[in-house]
Design a protein around this ligand. Structure first.
Ligand code: CUA
Length: 333
């Protein structure tokens, strides 16, 4: 199992959702993951049977025809080919291969053809070095690294994901919900996910994409539809403008605004994560660290200490500027 546990030790009480600490694909909690788990078991059954038969025959032969001193010198009967045996060991494995191909293809087409109900949510995800940009186009909401979805609970709220990349190839993988799908530059891949139980599902970029690939983490918050709707409403609201406050003035005077967007302010950069409702997220730095005052301050002061190589430089802020930026960011509820 993937052991990315160290990063997930801090619990996220505020959300009230249980964080599922293990990214265990053998404990699927989504329709796609469950289907893939069934194929995996079926494949394992077939290949396991072959393994037992072949190794059984091998060990039997080793034992049966072992060297016996009493008959040393005597040559065993020599066999030069047998049509029956050769036909058998060609066609039986071929049959196994075709059964596996057929079953796998059937599952793939079933999943891809799944007719999604009208109420499916649509989310566009753009992979960046090294974070996830998340668009809810239907609501005009943009967020990062933490994806909220309504839990399906048999009521059928699948979420259709459109996966794109801004730079190199990444791969979306939340093991308890589904298999991997790549995010490829200049191309849009689609997949759908659903979560059968509420909770915070952990995921990670699953395609090596550069120095901080391992710290490109994902969280999927599956919550009851009512809570999801509330979350959407809160995200749609404009940012706390706090116009005229000295903290905001300091923030807007710095080059932070060239890379980050805060809706309703002069910050409208698109290279880094949208910060409009930064404080509604439980983590920062693409899921690496919890969103606490100390972490946020350390992060803004010098991201290169926590995440070397990340594309946010140290801004060499004075203490007064750092205080202003952090104070303003913490108003973005
Ligand atoms: Cu993105 Cu690995």
């Amino acid at each position: 199992m993937m052991a990315i546990a160290p990063y997930f030790c801090a619990l996220l009480q505020a959300s009230g959702l249980r964080e599922r600490r293990i990214t265990n694909m053998f404990h699927p909690l989504g329709t796609e993951a469950a289907t893939e788990y069934q194929i995996a078991l079926f494949t394992f059954a077939i290949t396991g049977t072959i393994f037992v038969i072949v190794s059984g025959l091998l060990f039997y032969t080793i034992w049966r025809f072992r060297h016996r001193p009493s008959r040393s010198g005597e040559e065993p009967p020599q066999v030069y080919g047998s049509n029956q045996i050769e036909i058998a060991w060609t066609f039986i494995p071929l049959l196994g291969v075709f059964v596996l191909i057929g079953v796998t293809a059937r599952y793939i087409f079933t999943l891809q053809d799944a007719s999604l109900p009208r109420n499916a949510e649509h989310v566009r995800i753009v992979g960046h070095q090294w974070w996830w940009e998340v668009h809810y186009g239907d609501y005009g909401v943009v967020t990062a690294n933490e994806i909220h979805i309504p839990v399906s609970n048999g009521a059928g709220y699948p979420v259709v994901l459109q996966l794109e990349s801004a730079d190199v190839i990444h791969s979306f993988w939340v093991p308890q919900l589904s298999g991997k799908t790549d995010l490829i530059p200049a191309r849009a891949n689609t997949m759908w996910i659903d979560a059968h139980e509420p909770g915070i599902y952990l995921g990670n970029c699953a395609e090596y994409c550069g120095t901080q690939h391992a710290n490109m983490l994902l969280r999927v918050f599956a919550e009851p539809k009512r809570d999801f709707d509330q979350w959407v409403a809160a995200q749609r609201a404009p940012a706390n403008a706090d116009a005229g406050s000295s903290a905001r003035t300091i923030f807007e005077s710095l080059s932070c605004v060239n890379c980050h967007t805060i809706r309703g302010t002069s910050a409208n950069g698109v290279f880094g994560p949208d910060l409009t409702h930064l404080m509604s997220r439980t983590t920062i730095a693409a899921g690496m660290i919890t969103n606490t005052h100390e972490n946020l301050r350390r992060w803004v002061n010098d991201p290169q200490v926590m995440k070397p190589g990340c594309l946010m430089p140290s801004m060499k802020l004075t203490d007064q500027e750092l205080n202003g930026v952090v104070t303003y960011l913490e108003t973005l509820r």
